[in-house]
Design a protein around this ligand. Structure first.
Ligand code: FUB
Length: 324
């Protein structure tokens, strides 16, 4: 029986799956949701994660193996709480696990932990990556072997409190026709643990080339950046948060601007929607989460995957998040 669209992990709650193919196997780097019943708020306090597990899939027919806990909050010197959506990249036989957490001042930053194997364990660096802020790091390896880090999330993720990489509580989420907040992107240094440049705006534009606006909540970026390349086209994929969609935008330049392309997945059960996309054995797959196992409790999520279809013109076929 196919395991597509089924919860892949059934003993822990898992969310925010970043999938990668390393050494011919699929590795999933998810958040580990705590089994807690708490009030929800817009600050995301209900997502109070304290460690990470990594999962290994030997193929797309077999449930993943839990490779165990790869590090905990206590191992991260600079962090105070909330180990949110991570990602992982390989370079020269070393594995770099990128993760967001609140620092001791309550500000979200992105850290990195280094290991020798895709399944971990990973040792967190003593401090967060200087110049980073907000949440949801995604590390993209380009075909020229340059690596880029993208990040950003509104509300609890604090992206709306920044302009030109400067933080102020005077900065508010753009409304109406104001240009939307942009996710951020920067080249990584060769050591993979530092930014090679300041974070840049990754601008998403509409069919007329105009930046998406804050009021356009079915298209504008909210959180959950993912970047991949198909042929000579970069696909930037993301969640619209408040409208609960996974969407995509394309560009011929890694820095953008990216032109909005459409919806990948309609809302799933639960408030958040979060994903990654990989090519494996000639097919494309969407990894995502919903709240099926907890019957809709937002902070108790489960990761899933399903095949993704590209049309001949490069457009992505929209799928129904409730089609199980
Ligand atoms: O898991 C905590 C947060 O929820 C993630 O960082 C967001 O993308 C959303 O899925």
């Amino acid at each position: 029986m196919s395991i597509e669209k089924k919860p892949l992990v059934n003993d822990l709650y898992t969310a925010d799956p970043s999938a990668h193919v390393f050494n011919g196997k699929i590795y999933i780097y998810p958040s580990h949701d705590e089994d807690i019943d708490v009030e929800n708020n817009d600050n995301g306090d209900q997502y109070d994660m304290k460690d990470y597990h990594v999962y290994e899939m030997k193929d797309t027919e077999t449930y993943p193996r839990d490779c165990g806990c790869v590090f905990t909050l206590k191992d991260v010197k600079w962090a105070s709480k909330q180990l949110w959506a991570p990602d992982c990249a390989e370079k020269d036989g070393k594995y770099y696990f990128y993760f967001p957490a609140r620092d001791k001042n309550g500000m979200f930053r992105v850290g990195v932990a280094v290991g020798d194997k895709p399944e971990g364990p990973f040792t967190p660096e003593d401090d967060y990556i200087q110049g980073t802020y907000s949440i949801d790091p995604c590390c993209f390896q380009d075909t020229d072997n340059k690596y880029y880090l993208t990040m950003g999330g509104l509300w609890g993720g604090q992206l709306d409190q920044y302009r030109n990489n400067k933080w102020s509580t005077d900065n508010k989420e753009p409304q109406g026709k104001e240009p939307a907040c942009t996710p951020k992107i920067a080249l990584l240094k060769d050591n993979m643990t530092e930014l090679a440049e300041e974070l840049r705006d990754l601008v998403i534009v509409d069919e007329n080339g105009d930046p998406l606006t804050g009021g356009d909540d079915v298209r504008r970026y909210f959180e959950d950046p993912w970047l991949f390349k198909k042929g000579d086209t970069y696909y930037f994929t993301y969640s619209t948060g408040t409208s609960h969609l996974l969407c995509y935008a394309t560009s011929k330049n890694v820095y953008g601007p990216y032109t909005y392309g459409g919806c990948i997945l309609s809302p799933v059960l639960g408030w958040t929607t979060h994903h990654s996309i990989i090519e494996y054995n000639g097919k494309w797959y969407l990894f995502y989460h919903d709240c099926e196992r907890s019957k809709g409790v937002n902070q108790k999520r489960n990761v899933k995957f399903r095949e993704l279809t590209f049309k001949p013109n490069g457009k992505i076929q929209t799928m129904d998040g409730f089609d199980r």
